[in-house]
Design a protein around this ligand. Structure first.
Ligand SMILES: CCCCCCCC/C=C\CCCCCCCC(=O)SCCNC(=O)CCNC(=O)[C@H](O)C(C)(C)COP(=O)(O)OP(=O)(O)OC[C@H]1O[C@@H](n2cnc3c(N)ncnc32)[C@H](O)[C@@H]1OP(=O)(O)O
Length: 177
C-alpha cells in the first residue's frame, strides 16, 4: 500500500542523500536523476546521458544505465516510506543509448512480501512513450537505518549524522506504521 504520508502524485522527490551517485546534487559526475511520484506505487524519472557517462564512444555505459534503473527503483521507497537496499537487479539492455539522450524512466512496485519489495522499471529514449532502451526487475530488501551506520565509512556517517536535514530524512523513512 502507498503510505498515507507519501509524496503526492506529480511531486518531485528530492535526493535521499546529496552525495548519492544516482540522485545527489553535490556529486559532479553523478546522474542527477530527478524522480517524481506517480499514481499508486509508481515513479517516473529522467536522466540525461552526459559525456562522463560513456562506455563506448558516444554511448552510455551499461553500468551507468543500470544505476539509473537502480536509482529509479530505489525511489519507490519514498512511496512506501521504507528504507530498502537493492538485493537483486536483473537488467535487459535493448537499445544503445547515445550521449545527449534523455532517458525517461518509469518504475512500479509489483509485490511486497515481508521485508522483500519486488519492482520493475523501463527506460525509454527521448520521451515517456519513446522506444524502450533498458528494462529491469528488482528485489529490494527493507533495512533499518543501522544498516548504513554499521557498514558506512566513519567520516561520511559522521557528516550525515551532523546534518539535521539528513537525519530528518532518515527518520521519516523509518516511520512505517
Ligand atoms: C545517520 C546515517 C543516515 C543514513 C540515512 C540514509 C537514508 C537513506 C534512505 C534511503 C537509502 C536508499 C539507498 C538507495 C540507493 C540505490 C539502491 C542501491 O544501490 S542500495 C546498494 C546496493 N545494495 C547493497 O549494498 C545491499 C548489500 N546486501 C546486504 O546488505 C544484505 O544482503 C541485505 C540487507 C540485502 C539482506 O541481508 P539480510 O541479512 O538483512 O536479510 P536476508 O535474510 O539475507 O534476506 C532477506 C530476504 O531476502 C532474500 N534475499 C536477499 N538477497 C537476495 C537476493 N540477492 N536474491 C534473492 N533473494 C534475496 C532472502 O532470501 C530472504 O528471503 P526470505 O525472507 O527468507 O524469504
Amino acid at each position: 500500500m502507498r503510505h498515507a504520508d507519501a509524496p503526492a502524485p506529480g511531486e518531485l522527490l528530492g535526493a535521499h542523500y546529496g552525495q548519492c551517485f544516482g540522485c545527489g546534487g553535490e556529486q559532479p559526475h553523478g546522474l542527477h536523476l530527478a524522480a517524481r511520484a506517480g499514481e499508486g506505487l509508481s515513479i517516473t524519472a529522467e536522466f540525461t546521458v552526459r559525456p562522463e557517462h560513456q562506455g563506448a564512444p558516444g554511448l552510455a555505459h551499461g553500468g551507468v544505465l543500470a544505476t539509473a534503473l537502480d536509482e529509479t527503483l530505489g525511489s519507490l521507497n519514498w512511496l512506501l516510506r521504507t528504507i530498502a537496499v537493492t538485493g537483486r537487479l536483473e537488467t535487459d539492455f535493448v537499445r544503445p543509448v547515445p550521449v545527449g539522450t534523455t532517458l525517461h524512466l518509469a518504475a512500479e512496485v509489483t509485490a511486497v512480501a515481508g521485508r522483500k519489495i519486488y519492482s520493475t522499471a523501463t527506460g525509454r529514449i527521448g520521451a515517456p512513450d519513446g522506444p524502450v532502451a533498458v528494462r529491469a526487475d528488482a528485489l529490494f530488501i527493507e533495512v533499518k537505518v543501522d544498516h548504513f551506520i554499521d557498514h558506512g565509512r566513519e567520516e561520511e556517517i559522521q557528516a550525515a549524522m551532523n546534518d539535521p536535514d539528513q537525519i530528518r530524512r532518515a527518520r521519516a523513512f523509518e516511520v512505517n506504521p
